[in-house]
Design a protein around this ligand. Structure first.
Ligand code: CMC
Length: 375
């Protein structure tokens, strides 16, 4: 049998070439298009980050204006799709609601039946515009509140908070949400991006590729960790219980949510930015106090193994301080990451080759078939 190198979980196996995002895991640095994440967070907007990723370069003022206007006018959903949201059982997880609605949207989009990259770009734009609307509508419907239609005079981040709460957010709240969206927009070859690319590489449609990304992001080892972090803080209960909780968890080989990363062996730069917001928004809160203590204690216990807080550790505290329900944290990740998924798909399709890895067969060969009544 032919022997192949094997890396469990595809660790350190490059699956594609890309100019989009670079992570320096040893130094704890992240770059979109070669520009450090801190610069994007300081100077840009989510709209500009999304378009830059899709174009693979900084857009001109005119290009950004057109893209932003198209986003604002593409936010609402077909009425039949809104009816579908009303029909979803209220216990549906918002990530599952998002997955189902995105799947349904394909039927209403002529571009889904076209193969060219321009059509896929237009779908990407529409999905970036509609993700916040889907999440906000579902959240309000399940809480028996009237939906709040998108307001085209508001930015992407502002409008999302507005559709969730029915109130125009403050400048500071909008800035926090905008930066959170900037930080999550892309992250090289992660599980959900790979899932989207695998589907796209078969020349399936853009909606199917994005649905695959949503499914992969939902898991607690990936995007679902931000929700799991807050649940963990609730389990810990108080600052006094932090050491005991961590000791017991590590002894049972249980993962501390919001820590560790396949690539970063240093502090995740996104976590550093979010920690500042968490401190500004909720310094006095129980969650922030517990988080700081967990970080302090984990640094003593596992930093030497290269395990540090990741992006999900402080994001939940920030969203919680903005009054957002815990099970919407992962959908917020998706609202941002859809730009990264689409950008990687568009980039890969320019020189596509179907993903078809192999597996190492561990079974026996040439066994006899045993009829069912003799087993
Ligand atoms: N708590 C305690 N120990 C950990 C943790 C953690 N959170 N993460 C890794 N380790 C230990 C692990 O036990 C193992 O130790 P040993 O070598 O002694 O057996 C070692 O570090 C390597 O861990 P691994 O699970 O083999 O690493 P991986 O690259 O397969 O997994 C990970 C990466 C992110 C899935 C993992 O660190 C984890 O499960 N973290 C908790 C969930 C989490 O926060 N996920 C969000 C990731 S960042 C956002 C995103 O990209 O989605």
């Amino acid at each position: 049998m032919k022997e192949y190198p094997f890396s469990k979980g595809l660790e350190d196996v490059p699956a594609a070439e890309s100019v989009l995002t670079y992570i320096d895991g040893q130094e704890g640095k992240l770059y979109y298009l070669g520009i450090p994440i801190e610069e994007w967070a300081e100077n840009s907007t989510y709209e500009e980050v999304a378009l830059s990723l899709l174009l693979r370069r900084l857009p001109t003022k005119g290009e950004l204006k057109v893209f932003d206007a198209a986003l604002r006018s593409s936010r609402d959903l077909p009425e039949e799709v809104i009816d579908f949201i009303y029909d979803l059982p209220p216990q549906t997880h918002p990530m599952s609601a998002l997955r189902s609605v995105v799947s349904l949207l394909e039927s209403y989009d002529e571009d889904a039946r076209r193969d060219d990259l321009d059509a896929k770009f237009r779908i990407a734009l529409r999905l970036i515009a509609k993700f916040p609307t889907i999440v906000a509508y579902f959240d309000r419907v399940r809480k028996n509140l009237d939906i709040v239609r998108p307001n085209p005079s508001l930015s992407h981040a502002e409008n999302f908070l507005y559709m969730l709460t029915g109130k125009i957010p403050t400048k500071y709240e909008s800035k926090v949400m905008d930066v959170a969206l900037i930080l999550h927009a892309d992250h090289e070859m992660n599980a959900s991006t790979f899932a989207s690319m695998v589907v796209a590489s078969t020349l399936s449609d853009m909606y199917s590729a994005i649905v695959a990304g949503i499914g992969a992001l939902k898991g607690p080892l990936h995007g679902g960790a931000n929700e799991a972090v807050l649940k963990m803080f609730d389990e810990i209960g108080s600052v006094d219980n932090v050491e005991k909780y961590i000791e017991e968890s590590l002894a049972q080989k249980k993962k501390i949510m919001g820590f560790g990363h396949r690539v970063y062996k240093a502090y995740d730069p996104r976590a550093r930015i979010l920690k500042k917001f968490a401190e500004e928004l909720s310094k006095e809160s129980k969650y922030y106090e517990i988080a700081v203590k967990v970080e302090e204690y984990m640094m003593k216990k596992v930093a030497q193994k290269g395990i540090f807080p990741n992006v999900d550790f402080y994001s939940g505290i920030v969203y919680n301080a903005l009054g957002i329900s815990t099970d919407l944290f992962t959908p917020i990740f998706a609202i941002s990451r859809v730009a990264g998924w689409a950008a990687h798909v568009l980039e890969y399709l320019e020189d596509n080759r179907i993903f078809r890895p192999s597996s190492i067969y561990k079974g026996e060969l040439d066994k006899k078939y045993i009829p069912i009544d003799q087993r």
